[in-house]
Design a protein around this ligand. Structure first.
Ligand code: SF4
Length: 320
């Protein structure tokens, strides 16, 4: 019997578990593979983590039989409750075969966009995932610089970056990466790497570092809200075609955006919504429902837009 872990919100929307949810996911998040062989110091699934086994970030992932999960996710897709499936593959012993099996389960339903976020080492493997039915692949760089990478993850930043560059070239428009804000990089370094990704056509999913009990970084602070808002704005402007030179920094911190009518550009609030693959909203992945919303999983109310802009500390007003 094969077991999949669904995020609690996914299980609720797929109606396999009754959980009170104040923010339904629009993507079905499925965690595959056992205990991870990697040792990312922020991750609850890492080799040395003492966090609860069914955690990833601050979300719980209850286990379900794979075939029940497939049926429930397909039904939810047919109802219009999910618009995408995301396989979050932990780098365990059987993760590659588990990924291919999962892709096979949805093979007859090619219209469901499916992305695979996992550990693979070659462009050929990325191609194999696409050929097996993935619409997109995600190579999570997580760290903005080689220095931050070496303090938080095992392996080699340059190698992961090179793989990302090569995959972006051979699979245009089908590559995503994750960047975690608040691992020790400066705002300038984060803006720069996002800019490189955007120029390669790589989609960036922004995450805020989230301390999780039982992980090596449990006692670290998440990024301050003003820091995170400035990175969200920088990311949004870069995606909209503004250059890195429009983001002015001093001592590593963003101090100004040299963009005409900026409050008007930000007035729809999209800069502060969850970013990444289309229809990925990751409700409460980085924040408590009772705390400050770092990534809004839904369109913002006008008061929330005003507040988020103010929180950036450098953009005056919301009037254009
Ligand atoms: S951006 Fe969202 S859907 Fe895409 S790989 Fe990351 S978590 Fe999955």
């Amino acid at each position: 019997m094969s077991i999949w872990n669904l995020s609690a919100g996914t299980a609720s929307v797929a109606r396999v578990k009754k959980i009170k949810s104040s923010g339904p996911p629009t993507t079905a998040y499925v965690m595959l593979g056992g205990k991870c062989r990697n040792n990312c110091r922020f991750c609850s699934q890492s080799r040395d983590s003492q966090a609860r086994e069914n955690m990833l970030s601050r979300v719980t992932w209850p286990p379900f039989e794979a075939s029940d999960s497939v049926t429930a996710i397909k039904d939810a897709w047919a109802r219009g409750d999910f618009k995408r499936i995301c396989l979050q593959v932990v780098n365990g012993e059987k993760s590659w075969s588990a990924t291919l099996d999962a892709l096979e389960s949805f093979k007859k339903d090619r219209s469901i966009p499916l992305c695979v976020s996992g550990h693979f080492d070659t462009v050929e493997q990325a191609r194999e995932l696409i050929d097996a039915g993935a619409e997109r692949i995600c190579i999570a760089l997580d760290a903005a610089t080689p220095g931050v990478y070496s303090m938080t993850k095992e392996g080699n930043w340059e190698k992961r970056w090179q793989l990302l560059v090569e995959c972006a070239a051979v699979l245009p428009g089908r590559v995503t990466t994750h960047m975690i804000v608040g691992l020790g990089e400066t705002e300038e370094e984060m803006a720069r790497i996002i800019s490189y990704c955007v120029s390669l056509g790589v989609t960036v999913g922004l995450f805020a570092f989230t301390p999780v009990r039982g992980t090596a970084f449990a006692d670290r602070e998440p990024p301050a809200i003003d820091h995170y808002r400035r990175i969200q704005i920088a990311h949004y402007l870069l995606k909209k075609g503004h250059g890195l030179d429009s983001i002015h920094c001093r001592d590593g911190r963003i101090v100004n955006f040299d963009v005409p009518r900026l409050p008007g550009i930000l007035a729809d609030g999209r800069a502060f919504e969850t970013s990444g693959c289309p229809d990925c909203n990751r409700p409460y992945y980085n924040e408590s429902p009772r705390g400050v919303m770092l990534n809004y999983h839904r369109p913002l109310l006008s008061e929330e837009i005003r507040q988020a802009i103010l929180e950036s500390g450098i953009v005056p007003g919301t009037e254009s």
